[in-house]
Design a binder for this molecule. Structure first.
Ligand SMILES: Cc1cc2nc3c(=O)[nH]c(=O)nc-3n(C[C@H](O)[C@H](O)[C@H](O)COP(=O)(O)OP(=O)(O)OC[C@H]3O[C@@H](n4cnc5c(N)ncnc54)[C@H](O)[C@@H]3O)c2cc1C
Length: 380
């Protein structure tokens, strides 16, 4: 095999698309490894759980090689773009992705499994999953956040003792959702989820956030997509400064202005309540969960954490082992130091959060997948 791609999300599948369509690599020379059964399955599952109607990113951010591919896509079904940035409807974006992947036969290149270990054998990488192994010359790590959720300390015990009532919205199996419901978190995932739940259970939903809504249309300034901000970033030789620049640039826990309006209307109608407060402790009595907040208290049946992913993705066992065995270089923040083609060492490439110190604040997004794909094929 010429190329093994670890992870079949937006990043892995975009890179495969670029290799095939922009570089003419035969699809038969590519293998994508992912625990799910089809391309983008996880993305589809998570975005449908929160009933996200439109993407946050504009229509030029998608999985195909031509920037206007989504703009001109017509499969006879309904097309939908929202607002001045022409943000695509989720269903439209997914149909476009499916059409590209089916044209290049990505499904046939699929190996279902979860990577447990990677070793080098001569000039080849050997990637082992829970049930089989595959060898390849080039390897791309595109496993996103490595499935590591961010769980607040106070919620850990509660989540373990009451799995049918308490859970993270991105975990594999969700709790049963019965009112009254609390959603913990103040970002865009929490916002979508609150809108969905407030419609299904009006008046029986609260959102608990440590901060008021932070309104930003994008999760970082669009200047980070091009030379305006990236030129300065790439001249920083200190990776500590690069990490700081990324942290400063990201509008963490923010919502778009249109979502803010929709939330305001729902709140005015009493469909949900926003509580700006911090959780200090939790308890259970029968089927009732309770949260002690600094200034108030909540009692109810279901607690959903919309607290995102953990930054500790480099602590994943198989990644640590790979770093150790191959002597790979990481910055002080623990993330890979890679070259301009996102090579961590010969024939080993990274994408997504692992490419952050090279691509900058948009590395995790769809724009980051396109940038990573361009950099990787630029090395050939
Ligand atoms: C709800 C939501 C909405 C978003 N909306 C936008 C948006 O509008 N615009 C935008 O630009 N960005 C958006 N993002 C951010 C980002 O674009 C997406 O998270 C995107 O899906 C990231 O793609 P990925 O391929 O890196 O990660 P993922 O989609 O997580 O894919 C990684 C894949 O790797 C697999 N994997 C993990 N570990 C292993 C392993 N050990 N072995 C094999 N496979 C493994 C995972 O199961 C998964 O299938 C959004 C994110 C979320 C969560």
């Amino acid at each position: 095999m010429e190329w093994i791609i670890a992870g079949g999300g937006i990043h892995g599948c975009t890179i495969a698309t670029y290799l095939i369509k922009a570089k003419g690599i035969p699809a038969s020379q590519i293998c994508i490894i992912d625990p799910h059964s089809a391309p983008l399955e996880k993305w589809k599952e998570l975005t449908s759980r929160i009933a996200m109607p439109f993407l946050r990113s504009p229509s030029v951010h998608h999985c195909d090689i031509h920037p206007f591919s989504l703009h001109y896509f017509d499969d006879g079904g309904s097309e939908a773009f929202y607002g001045k940035y022409r943000r695509p409807g989720l269903d439209f974006f997914n149909r476009h992705s499916e059409s590209i992947f089916s044209n290049i036969g990505l499904q046939e290149r699929w190996m279902q499994g979860r990577i447990k270990g990677i070793t080098k054998s001569g000039s080849h990488w050997v990637v082992e999953t829970d049930s089989e192994s595959v060898e390849g010359k080039n390897l791309v790590l595109a496993t996103g956040m490595n499935e590591r959720l961010s769980i607040p300390e106070w919620a850990e015990e509660l989540r373990e003792s009451r799995p049918t009532q308490v859970g993270h919205i991105f975990q594999e199996k969700l709790p049963m959702i019965t009112p009254d419901i609390a959603v913990v978190g103040g970002g865009i995932t929490a916002a979508h989820l609150v809108i969905k739940l407030a419609r299904e259970h009006p008046g029986r939903v609260v959102q608990i956030s440590r901060h008021p809504y932070r309104v930003h249309d994008f999760d970082s300034d669009p200047g980070w997509l091009g030379p305006k901000n990236l030129r300065g970033f790439q001249t920083l030789s200190s990776y500590k400064k690069r990490r700081q620049a990324i942290l400063n640039a990201r509008h963490r826990g923010s919502v778009t202005s249109e979502l803010r309006h929709r939330l305001r209307r729902l709140e005015d109608r009493g469909a949900y309540r926003f509580i700006e407060d911090e959780v200090e402790g939790s308890g259970v009595e029968g089927s009732t969960l309770s949260l002690s907040l600094k200034r108030s208290r909540w009692d109810g049946e279901t607690l959903l954490l919309a607290t995102g992913y953990s930054p500790k993705i480099m602590e994943t066992e198989w990644v640590r082992e790979l770093v150790r065995k191959e002597g790979l270089i990481c910055a002080q923040c623990g993330f890979p130091i890679v070259n301009e083609h996102l090579q961590w060492c010969d024939h080993l490439y990274v994408s997504g959060p692992l490419a952050e110190l090279e691509i900058g604040p948009v590395a995790r997004n769809i724009a980051g997948a396109r940038k990573a794909a361009e950099r990787i094929i630029g090395s050939m």
